[in-house]
Design a protein around this ligand. Structure first.
Ligand code: IPM
Ligand code: MG
Length: 386
């Protein structure tokens, strides 16, 4: 028994040491990049797995079209990054192989397709999710997920903490013995403060009047308690914004309360709750296939879909019919992030038209609808006609 306790304590000591080092790195990090004053913005494009390459390349094609003048002048460069595939990751037994990571780090922003996350029972070894690894490696601390359903008065923006919580040590739990296992949840002062500030700054800049902090601080008293308290401290600096706080269980219920849900505007919440509730929220908008997501850090930013790689579509030969909307929504967020707000607004508007009730074509995921490429062409024609 003493041996087991000693082994677990040593494992835990190592985790604490690593997290203390991470806190130090966060403290030393500089400010956000200033894209407007950069000579060149490098956009890396990673297709990922399954339907990833089809929908990502389509989104990149639309981006290249919208930024053609910038590409011609050299202000923007696109780089295709190969090797973020499950086969290559398994061959290296790394969530992100070193050479791929080096290529990613040579970019400023990344457009990334969905990647396979191995789970128990899969044919793949249980390596860490490439998403989670990228968020950690590039310190992409804010996962920003907008959900809009104008006809129902829904206009929400979720600020999901993206590097801590239950995800920080998700692959580093301890099996003490066959009977006892532990996972860990991490909250840091620096990590909470920066996500809270981003959420409140966004609210202020975008004329939002309310921010809702979501935790389970009544039960997870240490980590969620800290998250709530630190968010409330930041809230105090924004007296013009109304702050309220909710527990995740009742918030999940309130999102389906038609009378109450339209009052919510901006949410700030720890990683796991953000993961769960943004799938629920996206469902009101038409499903996870319709939602894009921005992963923002100070030095890097990555834009992706919130859904998986849909290997079944590829197995059934339907990948050419995959819906690129999530990756096109990710492109809307990317354009806005690097300062091309006009292009971002145009693309958003075109997407609203192309997915609206009067759309000239529809992606259905099979040959009853148009192909991914036909839809991309349609979006570009629509942008031009605006
Ligand atoms: C998401 C996804 C990921 C997550 C998976 C694929 C690792 O569900 O981006 O929401 O859990 O964060
Ligand atoms: Mg998720």
């Amino acid at each position: 028994m003493q041996d087991k306790i000693k082994a677990a304590a040593e494992h835990y000591a190592k985790l604490v040491e690593n997290q203390l080092a991470r806190v130090q790195r966060m403290k030393e990090q500089g400010d956000f990049l200033d894209y407007a004053n950069m000579d060149k913005i490098i956009i890396g494009v990673c297709g990922g797995d399954g339907i990833g390459p089809v929908i990502t390349n389509e989104s990149a094609r639309v981006l290249r079209f919208l930024l053609k003048d910038e590409v011609a002048s050299g202000k923007v460069e696109f780089r295709d990054i190969e090797g973020l595939t499950i086969e290559n990751r398994v061959a290296h037994m790394q969530a992100i192989p070193d050479d791929v990571l080096a290529e990613l780090k040579a970019c400023h922003v990344i457009l990334k397709g969905p990647t396979t996350t191995p789970r128990a029972g899969d044919p793949w070894p249980n390596i860490e999710s490439a998403n989670v690894a990228m968020r950690k490696e590039l310190d992409l601390f804010a996962n920003v997920r907008p959900v809009k359903v104008p006809e129902q008065g829904i206009d929400w923006t979720f600020f999901r903490e993206n590097t801590e919580g239950s995800y920080a040590l998700g692959s580093n739990g301890i099996h003490v013995d066959d009977d006892l296992s532990f996972d860990f949840t991490v909250t840091t002062t620096e990590g909470t403060d920066r996500i809270a500030r981003l959420a409140y700054d966004f609210a202020k800049k975008n004329g939002k009047t309310r921010v809702s902090i979501v935790t389970k601080a009544n039960i997870m008293k240490t980590t969620d308690g800290k998250f709530l308290r630190l968010c409330q401290n930041v809230a105090a600096e924004y007296p013009e914004i109304t702050t309220d706080d909710w527990y995740i269980d009742i918030m999940t219920a309130k999102l389906i309360d038609e009378k109450r849900r339209r009052d919510f505007q901006v949410f700030v919440l720890p990683n796991l709750y953000g993961d769960i509730i943004t799938d629920e929220a996206a469902e009101f908008q038409g499903g996870v296939g319709t939602a894009g997501s921005a992963n923002i850090g100070k030095r890097y930013a990555m834009f992706e879909a919130i859904h998986g790689s849909a290997p079944r579509m590829v197995a059934e030969g339907r990948d050419i019919y995959a819906d690129p909307c999530s990756m096109l929504r990710a492109a809307v967020l990317l354009l806005s992030h690097i300062g091309y707000q006009e292009e971002s607004d145009k693309l958003a508007k075109a997407l609203d038209i192309c997915t609206g009730p009067d759309a000239a074509m529809k992606v259905t995921g099979r040959n009853t609808g148009c192909t991914c490429k036909e839809f991309g062409d349609y979006v570009m024609e629509t942008v031009t006609s605006l």
